[in-house]
Write a protein of this length. Sequence first.
Length: 115
Amino acid sequence: QVQLVESGGGLVQPGGSLRLSCAASGINFGLYDMGWYRQAPGKQRELVAHITSGGSTNYADSVKGRFTISRDNAKNTVYLQMNSLKPEDTAVYYCKASWIHGDFWGQGTQVTVSS
């Protein structure tokens, strides 16, 4: 059974930082590309950051220079370090595992940026 479990969300003030984690089980993690997505109320889910199985990364323009995606294949975990957070970063953040045999999603973790 495949599971992706996100953690690390919460309430943070503007300018603050959070680190999200997504722990995977039931898949050969090293073969999967991993992505972080977010969905704000009333908006479509959007890609935030992506890292390939080989370690190449790309980011949404809105988070470039502030967010960093990384992975630890030994721990079957992908991370999203979020710095200089803004109120517009408020959303539910989801991780996604992608391979030729299919995609899997986590349940999401809420990030709220507010003073």
